[in-house]
Design a protein around this ligand. Sequence first.
Ligand code: IDP
Ligand code: MG
Length: 151
Amino acid sequence: MALETTLILCKPDAVSRALVGEIISRIERRGYVITAMKLMQLSGDKAREHYAEHKDKPFFGDLVNFITSGALVAMAVEGEGAIDGMRQIIGATNPLSAAPGSIRGDLAQTIGMNLVHGSDGKASADRELKIFFEAGDFVSRKHDLAKWLAD
Ligand code: IDP
Ligand code: MG
């Protein structure tokens, strides 16, 4: 296992339902640390870049409209195996298939408004983090992370 950084978005439904604190709390309780964070409204261009892999899907237009519809919170989240670990915490894409105990399984109803985005692999994480953050946005949390990491 390796120390990884993943891109997490609290999507506009999470911000408007005031669930950002709940989501961050679950990330922190897992022992991951936030190394960059922004409250922002995404432009159409950045939304299309972020979701480029879905550009030919029938839901692409709705997805871009939704992700640009209001404020979102973007975070870089660091930890051992944090990419897959965050996917576990988030749960399956369709909330009806997401395990109870996961964010989507506990708090979401529909696939279109499933509260959170998490990168699905190392290449995606590296690509997506660059869409939301630049080098100067990151703060080292190595000291804070150390207490969570067993030898
Ligand atoms: P993920 O967010 O779990 O990685 P992806 O397959 O990458 O899921 O899809 C990106 C987002 O697109 C999903 O989180 C969901 O909001 C939306 N989406 C995926 N599949 C559908 C669909 O079949 N109908 C409507 N929206 C969808
Ligand atoms: Mg995805």
